[in-house]
Design a protein around this ligand. Structure first.
Ligand code: ADP
Ligand code: ZN
Length: 638
């Protein structure tokens, strides 16, 4: 992005502007100089004492002028000027004033002058003239200078804005409403296709479908199928969302518009909306085409979440986007498909995800070992490698890396080899490249040490095995120890049942399953970690809810204390005694669940070691893998 910005800046020739400014400066300097020299060039600075003793009393003075009540100008009789030695320096000046000095106050000066001339004959006495002179130059300057400064600042700001708006034109206002997407047209221009995107097979398949829409819309229209309008790619940064979008355009052989959500966000009201309108107008002209909006969360943030007034502008932009998406009809020959990417789909406004908008979501996740191997293969192709560089080995050494980081490793390795003046890139180069990239990553997000990896693997295995053997828990889909975003180090994904009711036994089993991670850490490592915090938060909530909200505890009885969650209520809606009882019962319930989980996991310890080992190696395991190791789940996955 930064590079693009620079390029746009580069288009604007800033030179003439600055030359003009220099000219103003030079004119100013000359002006100053001229006034300065014209006033004092032939005039010599002196003081009252010298003036009095050397000139006034000796009868050299022809005229005294008091200017602006602050300065005295002295004119010398021309005969004297030519002869007297003290006037040597200013002899060449014909016209006065010849000397000048400043005075403190006019009254005082007049008194002094009077006193000094007391003994002189009356006809030789000189009385001063008074003059008021306006200094035009400094007056003009004092109001011209602020204008200069304002104009300069104004120019500077608009130059920047024009730059951001992508306009190279003269009038900065004209360009603010124009979107400036990067446009790539034609099949030949996009040199990316699906072969450049490694792994991500499921995502590719889905995208392929959309490409098919673009290629032969007739086939779908004939059957009355609606062509999808929006596809949302979600996933962590660097996993290849942009790459995927480009490959899609390349495969379909249509024009590709790429713009970032943050490009729409401006300080002026209405600019974002105008840019959206403009982008869609351009898109329609070039249809069929793909419009790719990166970082859509910059404009598509949920409206309910932003409560401040300042977000009005973003809301307008979002509304305009919705209007545009609803406005065009892909079936009328305007085949425009909007792809958007975000790594925070949870932040997006629900309105964006409604049918007819971004109703298809494709998850682009961080790659597992095999995915990373394939990505390495793609990027290694471009390098000159030493014998025996094994992509599989490299994949094993780079847990948690996304595609962007892998591309980076390959590049760093090549640079490292070049610096060492090697002919080919060998494993040494890759190892130092990996270290380098890890060094950069460590600062930004967490990478996992081997010891941590083991803990996480067992932790997730604990959840998974509990879920497997607890009848009322959710059926398992996938377990992963690839770190995801900020919070989750690993996860076990279950198929959530569409449920409106939960029975007591289901809740109890869910608590056990959620405790499974912590329990197994305790059993295996005889030590427990902070990794279970989120689990414990959920079990605590569930336990208290069972007792105080759902009335599922015999001792407390069938009560629902609604205000339990209300932090504003001043008083608990029950007695201190009941509060203690609830606490006691919650603790008892948790202890029972814990004990049950310990027993359950102990029963399956061999399998747990087996699963954890496989998970450490493969990083992701699916239901089929569990079927293989644990045998068919003893309950129906309804
Ligand atoms: P995102 O848009 O998800 O942040 P990008 O698409 O910009 O990520 O990916 C950055 C770079 O990482 C790509 O240009 C490519 O070189 C590399 N990359 C990412 N994912 C893959 C992949 N699946 N296969 C090959 N290269 C990839
Ligand atoms: Zn857990």
């Amino acid at each position: 992005m930064a590079e693009q910005e620079k390029k746009r800046f580069g288009k604007i020739p800033p030179k003439p502007r600055f030359n003009l400014l220099w000219m103003y400066l030079i004119i100013m300097v000359i002006f100053f100089g001229w006034t300065y020299f014209s006033e004092s060039g032939k005039t010599k600075e002196t003081d009252w004492r010298t003036f009095k003793s050397e000139m006034l009393l000796k009868g050299h003075v022809s005229e005294i002028v008091v200017v602006n009540n602050e300065r005295v100008e002295v004119h010398i009789i021309s005969d004297t000027l030519a002869k007297a030695a003290i006037h040597e320096e200013i002899r060449n000046a014909r016209t006065g004033p010849h000397y000048t000095f400043t005075i403190g106050s006019v009254d005082f000066f007049q008194n002094q002058l009077e006193e000094a001339q007391q003994e002189m004959p009356n006809n030789q006495k000189i009385s001063p003239k008074f003059e008021t002179r306006v200094n035009w130059f400094s007056n003009i300057l004092s109001w011209l200078l602020p204008i200069f400064i304002i104009v300069f600042v104004w120019l500077f700001i608009f130059r920047r804005m024009a730059g951001r708006a992508g306009g190279a034109g003269g009038n900065p206002f004209m360009n603010t409403g124009k979107a400036s997407p990067k446009i790539i047209e034609g099949k030949d221009k996009i040199d990316v296709n699906f072969n450049d995107v490694a792994g991500l097979d499921e995502a590719k398949e889905e995208i392929m479908e959309v490409v098919d829409f673009l290629k032969q819309p007739e086939k779908y229209k004939k059957l009355g199928a609606k062509i999808p309008k929006g596809v949302l790619l979600t996933g962590p940064p660097g996993t290849g969302k942009t790459l995927m979008a480009k490959a899609m355009a390349g495969e379909a052989g249509v024009a590709f518009f790429s713009i970032s959500g943050s490009d729409f966000v401006e300080m002026f009201v209405g600019v974002g909306a105008a840019r959206v309108r403009d982008l869609f107008k351009k898109g329609r002209e070039k249809a069929p085409c793909i419009i790719f909006i990166d970082e859509i969360e910059a404009i598509g943030r949920s409206r309910s979440m932003s409560k401040t007034q300042t977000n009005d502008e973003r809301e307008n932009t979002l509304n305009q986007l919705l209007v545009e998406m609803d406005g065009f009809n892909s079936n009328d020959g305007e085949t425009v498909i909007i792809l958007a990417a975000t790594n925070r789909p949870d932040l997006l406004d629900k309105a964006l995800l409604r049918p007819g908008r971004f109703d298809r979501q494709i998850l682009i996740d961080k790659p597992d070992v095999t995915g990373r191997r394939d990505i390495f293969k793609v990027h290694l192709k471009k390098l000159t490698l030493a014998e025996g560089i094994d992509p599989e080995e490299l994949a094993r050494q780079t847990p948690g890396f996304a595609g962007a980081e892998i591309a980076n490793v390959c590049n760093e390795a090549a640079i490292h080899a070049a610096r060492k003046k090697k002919e080919v890139i060998d494993m040494d180069d890759f190892i130092s490249a990996i270290d380098r990239v890890i060094g950069g990553l460590e600062k930004r997000n967490k990478l996992i040490s081997p010891k941590e990896k083991k803990i996480i693997a067992y932790h997730e295995t604990g959840h998974a095995v509990c879920g497997w053997f607890l009848e009322n828990a959710h059926p398992l889909v996938k377990v992963s120890i690839i770190p995801r975003g900020e919070a989750a180090l690993g996860f076990a994904q279950y198929l959530p049942k569409e449920k409106n009711l939960y029975t007591k036994n289901e809740l109890l089993d869910t608590i056990c399953m959620t405790l499974g991670g912590r329990v197994i850490e305790d059993l295996i490592f005889k030590d427990i970690s902070t990794g279970a915090q989120n689990d414990l938060e959920r079990t605590t909530q569930m336990a208290y809810a069972m007792i105080a909200l759902y009335g599922m505890n015999k001792k407390v009885g069938p009560f629902s204390f609604k205000d339990l969650q209300n932090e504003y209520s001043m008083r608990q809606p029950y007695s201190e005694e009941t509060a203690n009882m609830i606490d006691d019962e919650a603790r008892k319930l948790m202890q029972e669940c814990y004990a049950r989980t310990v027993t359950l996991l102990n029963e399956h310890m061999d399998k747990i070691h087996e699963i954890a080992a496989e998970l450490m190696e493969k990083e992701v395991m699916y239901k089929v893998d569990f079927d293989r190791i644990l045998g068919e789940r003893p309950f129906a996955d309804d």
